[in-house]
Design a protein around this ligand. Structure first.
Ligand code: ZN
Length: 449
């Protein structure tokens, strides 16, 4: 096999997404622009290509503001989809919740502004909602970076209260806690409107085993007002370049290239994709003609997900999160050693699209580039400046060989379609504890009383 993966070509895709288009929040006009850019390339390369649309909300932040007499104005970012303050803001006493102790979350927080550092466990989180604070300021956990641009999951409106919430950096948090003001004023104002987001799908039909499907994916959306260069224009660029070169290499099996939308909004694109597949699967299995011992649905025929998220750092190390069985671990060990591609292999449910597909039984290999510069992820500083075409090419060529041998050419697909019980537990815990979603209930979860 001749390596076709080009660092130059993939860096151009990365540049177009993160610099020319820029911020691509799930559900926004810019995300749509990026979707059409990818769709047009997929079509050019002769893939069977289409958009898969789903409903979401678009939001834009009009104002984020924090001030106190002792500190002056503090740089901050509204928490996406949080509720607005009145236009003139909220001025109130402050409660300090800096250790996550139950002593800090008491009925006394009612109508006050909470300054929070560190995560709250679910029990305290629920208490905090019950006691109705006026607003929340969240201190970041990475030193030397700006305030996070993140957003709530839309589904949380059904289970969690929604307070006006603002994010500040770790460094500003430190200054704030030292100054210990008695009162603060906060303003957050967002325009929220119904919208659509979309997955971009480009399929290369398998020549010999078209029914066997391998998904090669990465999300192309970004956080709000951030170019999302490494997260995940970098990964999308690798997916696109693989799509381009495999349309030349060809494949015995079907490779479905997917750029997922709205990942930053809570894996929304991949959750939509797998929900639709699982619905079809259920319907087919209920039919009289369905023969259990050998009939396979489209979902059953999904053999593996290769998800590519956070890429391009010039100085960094290579990492794969495995949601599968011993085949996947051993396979990764052998291939990385054989090719001299140093790879840190761990079994866990990575917070990324492959985990949505793994929830319905499709093993996932989720590749990332780890780097000290990753502490700027989800901030406006995730820019192209610390990325390089060489990093894309080295990683891309490793993935090219993996796909070429195991998917394009192998006599039998070498990896069992199996996820170990231990990994299944981790995947379920990820959705329930981290995303607070009951996946069995579809996108619905228990109603707020
Ligand atoms: Zn990402």
């Amino acid at each position: 096999m001749k390596n076709l993966f080009s660092g130059k070509a993939s860096f151009e895709f990365l540049n177009h997404l993160s610099v020319n288009i820029g911020a691509r929040l799930g559900g926004s006009r810019e995300e749509k622009k990026a979707a059409y850019y990818i769709l047009e390339r997929f079509k050019e390369w002769g893939l069977k290509s289409y958009l898969q649309e789903f409903k979401t909300k678009d939001f834009s932040v009009k104002k984020s503001f924090i001030t106190s007499r002792e500190t002056g104005d503090i740089h901050c970012r509204s928490y996406g989809l949080c509720s607005n303050t009145p236009t003139k803001g909220i001025t109130s006493d402050i409660v300090w919740c800096l250790s996550g102790s139950p002593l800090e979350i008491t009925p006394d927080i009612k109508n006050k502004i909470i300054v929070r550092y560190g995560a709250l466990d679910d029990k305290l989180r629920k208490k905090m909602d019950e006691y109705e604070p006026a607003g929340v300021i969240v201190i970041g956990s990475s030193r030397g970076t700006k305030a996070l641009h993140i957003e709530r999951l839309e589904e949380w409106d059904k289970i969690l209260a929604n307070q006006p919430t603002l994010m500040i950096s770790y460094d500003d948090g430190l200054k704030l806690v030292k100054a210990k003001p008695k009162k603060m004023t906060i303003i957050t104002e967002q325009d929220i409107k119904p919208s659509t987001s979309q997955n971009v799908i480009g399929e290369l039909k398998g020549g010999l085993y078209p029914e066997e499907i391998i998904v090669v994916c990465g999300h192309y959306d970004s956080i709000w007002e951030g170019s999302g260069a490494s997260d995940n224009a970098g990964g999308t660029a690798i997916v696109m370049e693989l799509a381009r070169i495999f349309s030349i290499h060809g494949s015995k099996r079907t490779i479905r290239f997917i750029a997922f939308g709205s990942e930053e909004r809570g894996l929304n694109g991949s959750r939509y994709y797998i929900k639709e597949l699982a619905k079809k699967d259920k319907k087919e299995k209920e039919k009289k003609e369905y023969i259990k011992i050998w009939d396979k649905t489209e979902l059953d025929n999904h053999l593996l997900t290769i998800n590519i998220d956070v890429h391009g750092a010039l100085l960094g190390t290579n990492h794969v999160a495995v949601a599968g069985c011993s085949d996947h671990i051993v396979g990764m060990q052998l291939l990385s050693k054989e090719l001299g591609f140093k790879l840190d292999i761990k079994e866990y449910a990575m917070s990324s699209d492959g985990t949505s597909l793994a929830y319905h039984g499709i093993p996932a290999l989720q590749f990332a580039r780890s780097s000290p510069s990753n502490n700027v992820l989800h901030t406006e500083e995730d820019t192209i400046s610390w990325l390089d075409r060489q990093a894309l090419e080295d990683y891309g060529r490793f993935l090219e060989i993996l796909l070429f041998r195991w998917v394009s050419c192998s006599a039998e697909f070498p990896l069992e379609r199996k996820i170990s019980d231990e990994n299944v537990k981790k995947i379920k815990a990820y959705f329930l504890k981290h995303l607070k979603l009951d996946m069995e209930a579809g996108l619905e979860t228990k109603k707020k009383k």
